[in-house]
Design a protein around this ligand. Structure first.
Ligand code: AGP
Length: 616
């Protein structure tokens, strides 16, 4: 999960590269660097820490920057070696004639390094990427053709890579190659761009070529040549990028995360648009390619995902089993890929991923495809690697999500799962579509955007609660039933942006161990909607209170008992238990945000994290 950029054309390369890297900071931000092509020389500048440090370095090198109209750049999330200047990309061969930036992991870098040391290669850094620089240079010394050298080198590499390569004797070109890591070529007029992701190039061009796995490209300012690893010429189509640069601005909010939380009412409208028009209408999901016959043959559903997307999948389990009556398992991708799993043509596999580039989930999806399972991908990036592996696609259309903490994409995933569930019911059990519960669920979904707005427009109590509890070092989030995943997701939000130790538990599990931790230093946040488990959660809260824990209630129902029991209550508009996860989570997102903001944390770029985890 690093970000790479490249530019060749007529503009000042350092400016294009820095701007591109700033839009890729969400992919990793522990060091950065650029290589600028000048007359017969490649100048390299690097800096540890945030991108601003590199900006400072380049400000002092304007005499060189002004002369360079091509270059490559990198922003790093360290996988091999500490986040130091030495380990920052670009990396070079011994003599510095060839430079490389890389996103991904070279799994056989040790064997390659041992081999290259026999040819006198001297390694300065602890990175796997430096091995690639020496390997390509070694191949280049034999064939003197940069594209052929890169092709020969990547054939020896195992793992994931998106490379940009330059050689000082070939100032008119940049070579790129990719496998299991995204790489986009932005097509300009008399200039071309390279990036790991769309935000880095969207200000310059809306035309892009997606390089596919095992492809290599030679990029000049007025030409792009793509081949496979055997050197056969390929024609990748030029696609129109569906994003607007405005998506990349904070629109006046202090952080992208706050903006994206407030966008959720519109995101909800977006997700439902064209799919659900009224409470009696049919659900329309054009990209789901399962025929009614195939759908009727589904005996089991397995949902595979990571992090926040996994929590969305856990909510999906409740509604799929409740309404579609299909047994549903939910698995963390990183566990799934190392188990002897069972899938077949009667298994529907749903992969959920905001980025569509999460390595663990991609690996799992490839495994189930080999076993004949139909793969349906729910993603915010229909242009992603995962989307290209899908038999059916359910784009969530939440818009570019810049903040590392997933918020609006989670909302969109939840609603997509409700739509998919209702779609499956419609196909497999058409007469039940008129059931009161299903009609009222559809009606509630149509009313949801306004209810989300009611929460995001009334944040006073949430801000006060955030300030009151911001000094606690530990939190427990509890819920039961369909809101158990909400407790997990609320705890993850707080953990990842405030670094507070927050854990989500099933409320019923409290008495089986975690209650031992409770005292006045460990607040308990309980999510309890009026419904079948309300009284049970209330008694769990009483158990917590008896241990002196401070109690925060998130609920749509308040009575004398709850007023007496809870230290603080955060309310949501009235909503059924079934749809309440989509509303409760907005309160928890805002609570986490205001606690982290109050603590002065780097909300959009929390330490150690990256937006897209493209390594296993
Ligand atoms: C969510 O806030 C985190 N950033 C992280 O858990 C994320 O959900 C996880 O890495 C999965 O990412 P994906 O949805 O892009 O696959």
């Amino acid at each position: 999960m690093c970000g790479i950029v490249g530019y060749i054309g007529f503009k000042k390369a350092s400016e294009v590269l820095l701007k591109g890297l700033s839009y890729l900071e969400y992919r990793g931000y522990d060091s950065s660097g650029v290589a600028l092509m000048t007359k017969g020389k490649i100048e390299i500048f690097k800096a540890p820490g945030k991108l601003n440090n590199l900006r400072e370095v380049l400000l002092k090198e304007q005499n060189i920057c002004n002369k360079s109209t091509s270059g490559i750049g990198h922003i790093r999330w360290a996988t091999h070696g500490l986040p130091t200047e030495l380990n920052a990309h670009p990396h070079t061969c011994n003599c510095g004639s060839l430079v490389v930036v890389h996103n991904g992991i070279i799994e056989n870098y040790k064997e390659l390094k041992n081999e290259l040391e026999k040819y006198g290669c001297e390694f300065k850094s602890q990175t796997d990427t430096e091995v690639a620089a020496h390997l390509i240079a070694h191949e280049f010394s034999k064939c003197k053709d940069l594209m052929a050298a890169t092709t020969n080198a990547v054939k020896k590499i195992q793992g994931a890579y998106a490379f940009c390569v330059m050689h000082k004797t070939m100032p008119d070109k940049i070579i790129v190659a990719r496998k299991n890591a995204p790489l986009i070529i932005g097509v300009g007029e008399g200039e071309n761009f390279i990036a790991s992701d769309i935000p880095a190039i969207i200000e310059y061009t809306k035309k892009a070529i997606y390089l596919n796995d095992n492809q290599v490209a030679e990029i000049k300012k007025d030409s792009i040549r793509i081949t496979d690893l055997e050197g056969n010429l390929l024609e990748n189509k030029v696609e129109f990028l569906p994003f607007e640069p405005v998506a990349l601005s904070k629109m006046g909010y202090k952080h992208y995360m706050l903006k994206e939380i407030h966008e959720q009412s519109d995101v909800a409208r977006n997700v439902l648009q064209g799919k659900l028009t009224n409470s009696k209408s049919e659900i329309v999901l054009e990209d789901v390619k399962l025929t009614p016959k195939e759908l009727k043959n589904i005996k089991r559903i397995q949902i595979i995902a990571c992090g926040t997307s996994l929590h969305a999948g856990l909510v999906g389990k409740y509604i799929l089993e409740k309404f579609a009556k299909i047994p549903t398992d939910v698995e963390a991708s990183s566990e799934y890929i190392y188990r002897d799993t069972i899938s077949d043509e009667n298994t529907l596999t749903i992969g959920i991923s905001q980025s569509g580039e999460t390595a663990d989930t991609i690996t799992a999806i490839k495994q189930v495809r080999e076993k004949g399972s139909h793969v349906l991908i729910i993603t915010n990036r229909p242009d992603s690697t995962m989307a290209r592996l899908a038999d059916s696609l359910l784009p969530v259309n939440a818009g570019i999500e810049v903040s590392v903490a997933a918020t609006k994409s989670y909302m969109a995933q939840l609603l997509s799962l409700y739509l998919l569930t209702l779609y499956l019911v419609q196909i497999t059990n058409p007469e039940s579509v008129k059931d009161k519960e299903i009609v009222s669920l559809k009606q509630e979904m149509l009313e949801l955007p306004n209810k989300i707005e009611a929460v995001t427009n009334n944040t006073k109590a949430i801000k006060e609660t955030a300030k009151k509890y911001s000094s606690f070092k530990d939190f427990i989030f509890i819920a039961r039933g369909i809101n158990f995943p909400t407790a997990l997701e609320g705890a993850l939000k707080l953990k990842e942006i405030s670094y507070i130790n927050a854990t989500g538990y099933s409320a019923g599990e409290l008495k089986h161990g975690p209650i031992a931790m409770l005292d006045e230093t460990m607040p308990v946040l309980a999510i309890l909607n009026k419904g079948c488990v309300y009284d049970k959660v209330m008694s769990n809260c009483e158990e917590a209170k008896a241990r002196q824990a401070k109690l925060i209630g998130v609920t749509n129902f308040i009575d004398r008992k709850s007023k007496d029991l809870f230290d603080d209550i955060l309310t949501i508009p009235d909503i059924s238990d079934t749809l309440s996860p989509a509303l409760n989570i907005v309160v928890l997102q805002l609570l986490a945000y205001y606690i982290a903001e109050y603590l002065g944390k780097d909300v959009d770029q929390p330490r150690n994290l990256a937006k897209s985890v493209t390594v296993e």
